[in-house]
Design a protein around this ligand. Structure first.
Ligand SMILES: C[S@@+](CC[C@H](N)C(=O)[O-])C[C@H]1O[C@@H](n2cnc3c(N)ncnc32)[C@H](O)[C@@H]1O
Length: 247
């Protein structure tokens, strides 16, 4: 059955969203180790630099790192003098983040953020490989404009839909998970929600963003994109339509 934005989630979809968080809870230690030992080749060679360059392109003074994991990006930004807040739903990751580096950290799921858990505004909100679900991500997108300064932007880096679809159709939908390319003690991956490029763009536009750039950073050995990045600038709410002319 087709599921349209705005429809209430089905029981299966709600369960998939829970499985994503359960999986990150189980893998918090393995993930922290993989990142801190720089084990993921695509991050080392391509995507860490890509997200940093995208952030620098907005010259922000403040940044919100959504789904910050063990905190490397928040640490890096705070180390450059940016007032950076990292948020994640997994307590063990937030605790790991607080043990090193600069930056502020807050335990907050996307659901909690959508319900108002953060009461500040930032020049950029960033989601680096952290938008994995469906409804939770859509609710978060709705909430992000209110978390941005008037010239603020949302930057999303994610797997490239054209290259990660495998043999499945190029269409939005839940997919079985995989830890391919992530060495370490990882098992039992959670499902994740695949979005086409058009669907990502629609998500930005529907929530009041103008896409100002789409980047496809290339892997230096394969010459294929290692990821896709979207930069969406917040646009002011549209002026109400002109009142009907008096005749
Ligand atoms: C692949 S990791 C990326 C972590 C970090 N952004 C990085 O670049 O290293 C995905 C992160 O998204 C977080 N996440 C997934 N779903 C979430 C949700 N609903 N609310 C908050 N965090 C979530 C996970 O806990 C995990 O830390």
């Amino acid at each position: 059955m087709a599921h349209h934005p705005g429809d209430p989630p089905t029981a299966d979809q709600a369960r998939f969203e829970e499985q994503i968080l359960e999986s990150w809870q189980r893998h918090a230690a393995a993930w922290t180790q993989a990142i801190r030992e720089d084990r993921i080749e695509s991050r080392r060679l391509v995507t860490n630099r890509a997200i940093l360059e995208a952030v620098w392109s907005r010259a922000p003074r403040s940044a919100l790192d959504l789904g910050c994991g063990e905190g490397w990006l928040t640490h890096r930004l705070a180390g450059h003098g940016i007032d950076a807040l990292g948020t994640d739903a997994v307590p063990a990751l937030i605790e790991a983040a607080k043990t090193r580096g600069k930056g502020r950290f807050q335990l907050a799921s996307y659901d909690a953020i959508a319900k108002g858990a953060i009461q500040e505004r930032f020049d950029v909100a960033i989601a680096n490989f952290s938008l994995l679900g469906q409804q939770g991500v859509e609710d978060l997108f709705q909430a992000v404009p209110a978390l941005l300064t008037p010239r603020g932007a949302l930057i999303v880096q994610t797997m490239h839909p054209v290259l990660c679809r495998g043999d499945l159709p190029y269409a939005d939908g839940w997919r079985p998970g995989s830890w391919d390319g992530i060495p370490g003690d990882f098992s039992d991956p959670a499902p994740w929600f695949f979005r086409t490029i058009a669907s990502w763009i629609r998500l930005f536009v529907r929530n009041g963003f103008a896409i100002t750039d789409i980047r496809e950073p290339l892997h230096p050995n394969t010459f294929r994109p290692a990821a896709i990045l979207f930069i969406g600038a917040r646009i002011s709410p549209l002026a109400p339509p002109h009142p009907p002319r008096q005749r």
